[in-house]
Design a protein around this ligand. Sequence first.
Ligand SMILES: *Cc1c(COP(=O)(O)O)cnc(C)c1O
Ligand code: SF4
Length: 413
Amino acid sequence: MNVVSKVLPFRVNTHVTTHLIDWDSAPDDPLFRLVFPHRDMLSPQNFARIEKLVMKGASQAEIVAAAQAVRAQLNPHPSGQREKNVPELDGTPAEGFQHKYRETVLYFPARGQTCHAYCTFCFRWAQFVGDTAMKFASKEAEALQRYLRAHPEVTDVLLTGGDPMIMGSHHMAAQIEPLLRPEFDHVRSIRIGTKSLSFWPQRFVTDADADDLLRLIEKATGAGRNLAVMAHINHWREIANPIARTAIRRLRDAGAVIYSQGPLLAGINDDPNIWARNWTEQVQMGIHPYYMFIERDTGPRRFFEVPLHRALDIYRAATQQVSGLARSARGPVMSADPGKVEVIQTEDREGRTRYLLQFLQARDPAQVRRPFWAEGNQDACWFSELSPVLEPSPQTNLRPVNGATILQPGKNQ
Ligand SMILES: *Cc1c(COP(=O)(O)O)cnc(C)c1O
Ligand code: SF4
């Protein structure tokens, strides 16, 4: 742990250690895996390199330099996030925003750029290890209002991080209250991405300003906005404790709609029964299952990755055993550079595997929901490992989408 946490961010709190982790099953316990470093999260070479420095008592500077070199190999900035999605505001790049899909703008409030604990598989891990180039943080709510005035096509604002629920309620109010004015009536949903239901449900129950947050949510829903809590949940056990249940109850009573999303991860939730139980119990508590993601190609992805064909099997087997209300999660989905790509079907032929894919979101909206085939190895785990198929598939007769740049998944990465 000491060696790995020199490279990857590590943070845990008392809620996670007392209410989530089953210490009798550690280190294999899925919730232990969710936050605690494991030596196999680094390649043997990289592990040995850092271990050697730690063992010989090397200087802090020396360890930091080696750790940075290792991080640079781990694709810290996946899916062109840093370069490609930053929009302009008043003629300059708008720090703290990403605007990739027409309807939805991502807003990164400066005070929300950390989390109560850190997931070992975090796709935004680079911003937690002092990589300031990765910080999307926006300084001010004012900029958000200017941006929304200039973009009447935006229906959804998604506050994200890190975890915006880290912020004090008065800071949250400073971001959200202005958006309730009639001039922003085009903003129908205010979404808040959060892992707090799992890592610190006290935020909504016993924190000193918990009630202020709930009043703010009531105010937003009273003003006609859909206040959507986008809860990051990987395993049903995260919300199987009394305080998390109370938090969910209180959020719903305040008028929030809770959606859940999370990646599929080897050693944590790569089992259809875990997902079926996760979705079923969520629905019972009034949470809408929304996305099952494929783990992004960054950080310790080798440790957590699941081949696409297996991800599809898990998604299907989970879906097949739950009621329609619990089948609302779409997936398995890759949030890749050109868009959110869903895997629909795989078929093996002559040592190659074909993948039937479709965009659920795309930079080019015309590509959405037009299935196309790509080809790759049988154990492909990410969009960049696939390449286009140009002739129709013999089995389904489905042709690839015409003339589209997105026909070249490999090249687009
Ligand atoms: C996923 C995502 C969104 C939201 O997409 P929905 O399908 O509306 O949930 C918005 N922006 C970016 C960059 C995303 O990755
Ligand atoms: S909650 Fe999200 S941003 Fe925070 S550590 Fe986990 S994956 Fe990263």
